[in-house]
Design a protein around this ligand. Structure first.
Ligand SMILES: Cc1ncc(COP(=O)(O)O)c(C=O)c1O
Length: 378
């Protein structure tokens, strides 16, 4: 099999390249008309009133956290996520509280409810739709209303996923804001890029100012005038990235359809396998950003590290999503520990992410399946 097979990668077509080239030849290669076009297209796709595009998904979380969280606020979130989710809470001076996960890798909302009942200082919940499978929106909405909390959805995995009510995940059905990443391994890409979606006009204005040094311009000001109202950042995205994002957005639903085909084939391949188990049965709502299997390493002759090396020697990249955040040295130094997270720890011992991306061919996927089975069953 020629060519390395990574766990995820972009799918770029000629018209994507043409869109970027056309922008490169235009008057705007930093903030220009493509930024607003991309924001409008994303808001329409998601069904939200507003969208604010920024330089990456971490910047999106950072700005949402600054705009929505009071310092010292306690915020419930998941340990099974990328560092950026909980880091953004800390950037805003707030305190993440890690809640154990359910069997599908998502935050356990029942545990969230218990914690909210006990501690009135908890004012927010950051949910991640892990692997692209949306967290229960009805339950999230109940928690938001019952406890009057801020809800942020980290949709870095779930662009293109749908909720049970048939809407797009990240459409802010039950949240104040949802954030996205367009890193090349994600469901579509703008090379680097991120976005915050919201239905709140004031929040949208605040985010737009924060992404550009906290600067505000009003119609009553002189043409050269601007006011810095807050301590903001340069988290701007540019027209080249947005031209690519716009072009990719047109293909997103076909990318998701392909991810579904690949997920179904993996499901079938592992149906009767006693050592390799899909994280959850096929879910049409998931965007399948990740395809995670749980491997029973207690019964295999090979450990996970050896499996990774063996697969790599055959040209196949695997990943683990994620090392529970509380195990990171920085978080340990802050006093976090894994004691109350038995399911996240058990999950972490067994989780392996297999290659899944729109450009993965059937032939390559079969090679991944056959190679994995051969090595695991030794
Ligand atoms: C769940 C989650 N949140 C946030 C991010 C951050 O996105 P970015 O890499 O665009 O900063 C990622 C990216 O890997 C992610 O997976």
């Amino acid at each position: 099999m020629s060519g390395f097979i990574p766990y995820g990668r972009q799918s770029i077509f000629d018209d994507d390249i043409d869109a970027v080239m056309e922008t490169l030849r235009s008057d705007f290669i930093t903030t220009g008309p493509k930024v607003e076009d991309f924001e409008n297209a994303m808001a329409e796709y998601l069904g939200t009133n507003h969208a604010v595009a920024v330089s990456n998904g971490t910047a999106a979380l950072h700005l949402a956290s600054l705009a929505l969280l009071e310092p010292k606020t306690k915020v419930l979130t998941t340990p099974n996520t990328f560092l950026a989710t909980s880091n953004s809470i800390i950037y805003a001076g707030a305190k993440p509280l890690f809640v154990d996960i359910e069997d599908d890798g998502n935050i356990d909302l029942k545990l969230c409810e218990e914690m909210l009942k006990k501690d009135p200082e908890i004012k927010a919940l950051y949910a991640v739709h892990f692997s692209g499978k949306p967290v229960d929106q009805e339950y999230l909405s109940y928690l938001k209303n019952r406890f009057d909390i801020i809800v942020v959805e980290d949709c870095a995995h779930s662009l293109g996923a749908t909720t049970k009510s048939g809407k797009k995940a990240g459409g802010c059905e039950c949240s104040d804001a949802s954030t996205f990443s367009f890193h090349p391994v994600k469901n579509m890409t703008s090379a680097e890029g991120g976005l915050i979606a919201t239905n709140d006009r004031n929040l949208c204005e605040k985010l737009k100012s924060l992404r550009n040094h906290g600067v505000v311009r009003r119609p009553d000001m002189a043409p050269w005038e601007y006011e810095m109202q807050d301590l903001g950042f340069n988290y701007r995205i540019n027209d080249l990235q947005c031209a690519l994002g716009l072009s990719q957005l047109g293909k997103l639903d076909s990318f998701i359809a392909r991810r579904h085909e690949l997920a179904r084939r993996y499901d079938t391949a592992f149906e009767n396998d006693d050592l390799i188990e899909p994280l959850y049965p096929f879910d049409k709502h998931s965007s399948y950003h990740l395809y995670v299997v749980l491997i029973d390493f207690e019964r295999t002759s090979i450990d996970r590290s050896a499996l990774f090396h063996a697969m790599r020697s055959k040209g196949i990249g695997l990943q683990v999503h994620y090392i529970p955040i509380v195990l990171q040295p920085y978080y340990k130094r802050l006093g976090y520990e894994e004691k109350k997270l038995p399911k996240a720890m058990r999950y972490y011992e067994r989780a392996v992410s297999l290659p899944i991306y729109a450009a993965l061919t059937d032939e390559k996927q079969m090679f991944v399946i056959d190679t994995l089975k051969e090595i695991v069953h030794g």
